[in-house]
Design a protein around this ligand. Structure first.
Ligand code: TXA
Ligand code: MG
Length: 319
């Protein structure tokens, strides 16, 4: 039988150069970042962007994040304001995405940002993807490498499992350390978090010396929160439950819960950062084991727990 993971390539000089050739030709590749794996294409060309939307079955109204090596590379495409520069200095490269105003002369395809006048930009810290960004003279549009509404991938194998043969080339960068998507902050207005992540509102508020808003559900801005079910393993999820024995997969946290075949502990030490990094991995594992239902215990809604609860609430939506 043919190895279904033959589209995964280890990182070396040859695969790095191949990745760059593929991107230059207007094709798409799977790339690792510190948060989740992405589906990358040249943001200045139409063809790869069309391919990304099509492969992900992503609604055209949901804009993509554009990835750069550093802020100087972004200067031609976006207006960099003071709040951006302060946060960049502290957190970049790293797991934070900034919504900024697009420059009129920008070469980024309008489709990338769903024809909005703003653009989401990010500077990933994963060394594999940084080495690519350093060598190319165009930015990468790169959404998470999953079919829309599914769980995001945290390993190269997850990307293959998602798209099978439809993706020809995935560069292997190992398992993503952070394991959930970047914090998205809108800096075109009073700083507002559109998607919580590992970098929380508190450290951001400290640097900007202002209170940070969270976008309300159904607000006008297009963010994952306003769309329907997302981050879903395709199995019903019920939150704030007490674990039960038997055939329901139970996601737990902390020392209180013993090891059982249907229990999946996100962090024995109740470390919320560790729990976040195990969340998507655990959801995929439960799906592979063919459980039909998932219970989740109450997860504290503070620090990284805010991002975990954000994802779980969306994953537990009926549709
Ligand atoms: O960690 C991450 O951010 C990963 C890795 C691969 O970099 N990428 C990622 O991309 O999560 P994606 O496309 O799955 O999620 C980006 C979210 C979108 O759901 C979109 O709604 C929001 O960012 N977004 C993008 N451009 C925006 C804009 N101009 N205004 C408001 N929200 C925007
Ligand atoms: Mg996504």
């Amino acid at each position: 039988m043919k190895n279904i993971y033959s589209n995964i390539f280890s990182y070396n000089k040859k695969s790095l150069n191949n990745t760059i050739t593929i991107l230059k030709k207007g094709n798409i590749v799977g790339l690792p970042t510190e948060t989740v794996y992405g589906l990358a294409g040249n943001a200045y060309l139409k063809e790869p962007i069309k391919k990304i939307y099509k492969l992900k079955k992503r609604p055209k109204i949901n804009p993509l994040i554009v990835h750069f090596f550093n802020y100087r590379d972004a200067e031609n495409d976006v207006i960099l304001n003071n709040n951006f520069l302060k946060l960049y200095k502290k957190f970049c490269p790293g797991p934070i995405t900034f919504i900024l105003k697009k420059k009129k002369k920008s070469k980024i395809q309008p489709m990338v940002s769903a024809n909005l006048s703003s653009i989401a930009i990010r500077f990933p810290s994963h060394k594999v993807t940084r080495s690519i960004l350093k060598k190319i003279n165009f930015p990468l549009a790169m959404p998470s490498a999953n079919i829309s509404s599914n769980v995001s991938p945290v390993s190269a194998e997850d990307v293959t499992d998602e798209f099978k043969k439809d993706i020809k080339f995935i560069l292997n960068g190992g398992e993503c350390k952070i394991g959930i998507e970047s914090t998205v902050i809108d800096l075109t207005r009073k700083p507002t978090i559109l998607r919580p992540g590992i970098i929380g509102a508190k450290p951001i508020a400290k640097i900007l010396k202002t209170k940070i808003n969270f976008s309300k559900k159904n607000s006008k801005i297009t963010s994952p929160g306003m769309l329907k079910r997302h981050y879903s393993p395709g199995i019903p999820i019920i939150l704030n439950q007490t674990p039960v024995n038997g055939t329901i997969a139970c996601i737990t946290i902390g020392k209180k819960y013993k090891n059982k075949t249907n229990y999946f502990n996100l962090s024995k030490k109740s470390n919320l950062k560790e729990a976040a990094s195990n969340l998507y991995k655990t959801l995929r594992k439960i799906k592979k084991l063919k459980f039909k239902k998932i219970y989740v215990v109450k997860i504290p809604c503070s620090g990284e727990g805010i991002a975990i609860n954000d994802r779980l609430i969306r994953a537990a939506k009926k549709k």
